[in-house]
Design a protein around this ligand. Structure first.
Ligand code: PGA
Ligand code: MG
Length: 236
């Protein structure tokens, strides 16, 4: 993989997307569920901005980070709080969550160009599927791999590999679009090229240093950076 630093489009036969922070703005509802969970355990509420920095490792990790930040956490407490979080988030996951600007139109353009699309998220399947339905994205996706669909989560390559297998493409034929270190590491370990968005939930990390082949400030810009079917500009 030697595209780093180069300009121009990446040939692709399929595109994989991270969910939270890349295609859907979910921090508001995740913050609501986090604060309702913390209240159950007599912990102080946290700011939405803080919750944004805890998204990306799955919901159990989010609950762990919230407990650690508000007085401490042990495994027994985490089990109970995780259970409460699942109840609270189940009631509010689609209240305010919505696609980032340009996501719906861009997915439609990619599909018109013949590219199958997948989501690879660390989010639990119980929320991924209904959230994609509520956001109007489910019908645009050919494959969805959630945090509990396979044994290991991103940054392990396993969920990316599962998506590639289901899509019927090789890693070299696919591009993953993500927002954080977990996405870049998972995709690169699988052998995919990566476009990283700069607006997502990246924990304040400088995404220019993560090793992605391309960076975009707006989702719609990926249309300029993906060349459908691996055709070159000359033959397209
Ligand atoms: O932390 C989560 O629940 C999921 O995050 P992701 O969609 O960015 O993988
Ligand atoms: Mg993300």
């Amino acid at each position: 993989m030697t595209d780093a630093g180069q300009e121009g489009p990446l040939p692709a036969k399929a595109v994989l997307f991270d969910l939270d922070g890349t295609i859907l703005e979910t921090a508001g509802d995740l913050a609501t569920a986090t604060n309702r969970t913390l209240a159950d355990f007599h912990r102080e509420a946290v700011e939405e901005g803080q919750v944004r920095a805890w998204i990306g490792d799955g919901v159990r990790a989010l609950v762990r980070y919230a407990l650690e930040a508000t007085g401490g956490c042990d495994e027994a407490l985490l089990d109970q709080a995780h259970e409460r979080f699942m109840v609270h988030y189940g009631k509010c996951f689609a209240d305010r969550s919505h696609p980032f600007p340009g996501v719906v139109e861009t997915m439609d353009r990619l599909r018109e160009a013949g590219l199958p699309l997948a989501v690879v998220t660390n989010k639990a399947a119980a929320f991924t599927e209904p959230l994609l339905e509520a956001s109007g994205l489910a019908s645009r996706l050919d494959v969805v791999i959630s945090g509990d669909s396979v044994d290991k989560k991103k940054p392990d390559p396993a969920p990316v590999n599962a998506a590639l297998e289901r899509l019927g493409v090789t890693a070299e034929e696919a591009v993953l679009v993500g927002d954080s270190r977990n996405d870049v590491e998972s995709a690169l370990a699988a052998g995919c090229r990566v476009i990283c968005v700069t607006y997502g939930y990246n924990r304040g990390e400088d995404v220019t240093t993560l090793g992605a082949q391309r960076l975009v400030d707006e989702f719609g810009t990926i249309l300029e950076l993906i060349q459908p079917d691996g055709r070159t500009a000359e033959t397209a």
